[in-house]
Ligand binder design. Structure first.
Ligand code: UTP
Length: 294
């Protein structure tokens, strides 16, 4: 059975992008001409999602509005004969996809955000995607890759990738059981933001999860951990005591758009992949490489 429900936590403060994120949610920042949130919704839909659950904050209405109909805008585009743009605006959300929103009133951590979706998720396995991590693959998105593996395996899966050893304190880091398939190994442990000396490996969690409903109960029992936040990582650490969880090394390029460098890198790479912007961008970049102060 494909996973139908995907939880997208978008209630964080986005402090690393202040002042840009004072009035605009971080997840609405654009990569070329689409906001981050739209990329991950498309990734979920490609993987078979029919219900997107936004865990959001009252100050972040723009996210819900993005997936709602804007009658006035559509009428204006229609009148002006801007049919291509009209089509793009109308198809932001495919017809059979429902977007539900639940509020996280205080940003108490990713684990707490996921727990806020408990009632909407109900008693079925679900996906989680962090919208500030984009993963590009020309043929098959990361979540669709994970779904394929999940359908064969029937166990929880977490996407991972190697990071530089001195960067491990920024991520959830996993340790793996010996043996198993290359790129798909059972987790033996997981820890949030370890120091490089204490890190069990350099394999980081990249913000794509397929989890069982049981994880919600484990989250209810999870006390604040790293950074004083309720960590999804800690609930997964409890889950692996009860059942197998697999780490999947995905194919594709990841962009951590939660930090400035990753966000800028994503804009350049996606801009170079887009036929509309590629040539102009290359020209701009060659001009600028000759005059770095511009
Ligand atoms: P981050 O920790 O990267 O986002 O969480 P943040 O807290 O908004 O960013 P900084 O560190 O202050 O710059 C990853 C995702 O989880 C959501 C965020 O909105 C982001 O999409 N999140 C995080 C929540 O929904 N609730 C939380 O309590 C924490």
């Amino acid at each position: 059975m494909p996973i139908k429900k995907y939880v997208l936590p978008v209630a964080g403060l986005g402090t690393r992008f202040l002042p840009a994120t004072k009035a605009i949610p971080k997840e609405m920042l654009p990569i070329v001409d689409k906001p981050l949130i739209q990329y991950v919704v498309e990734e979920a839909v490609e993987a078979g999602a029919t219900e997107i659950i936004l865990v959001t904050h009252p100050s972040k209405r723009a996210l819900e509005d993005h997936f709602d109909i804007n009658v006035e805008l559509e009428r204006t585009l229609e009148k002006k004969g801007k049919t291509q743009l009209l089509e793009r605006v109308r198809t932001i959300l495919p017809e059979n996809i429902r977007v539900a929103a639940v509020r996280q009133h205080e940003p108490l951590g990713l684990g707490h955000a996921v727990l806020c979706a408990k009632e909407l998720v109900g008693n079925e396995p679900f996906g989680v995607i962090l919208p500030d991590v984009l993963i590009h693959h020309p043929q098959r998105g990361c979540m669709a890759q994970m779904m394929k593996v999940y359908q064969q395996l029937g166990h929880s899966i977490i996407a991972v990738e190697p990071v530089a050893h001195d960067q491990v304190d920024k991520y959830g880091i996993v340790s793996l059981e010996a043996g198993g398939e290359e790129g798909l190994r059972q987790l033996s442990g997981i820890v949030e933001k370890p120091t490089p000396e204490n890190a069990p490996s350099n394999l980081s969690v990249v913000g794509r999860y397929i989890l069982p409903p049981r994880v919600m109960q484990l989250l209810e029992q999870t006390t604040p951990g790293s950074g004083g936040e309720i960590q999804l990582t800690d609930a997964i650490a409890a889950l692996i005591q009860e059942e197998p969880v697999y780490a999947y090394t995905f194919e594709g390029t990841s962009y951590d758009c939660g930090n400035k460098q990753g966000f800028l890198r994503a804009n350049i790479d996606y801009g170079l992949r887009d036929p509309e912007t590629r040539e102009g961008l290359l020209q701009q970049m060659s001009v600028q490489s000759h005059s770095p102060d511009r």
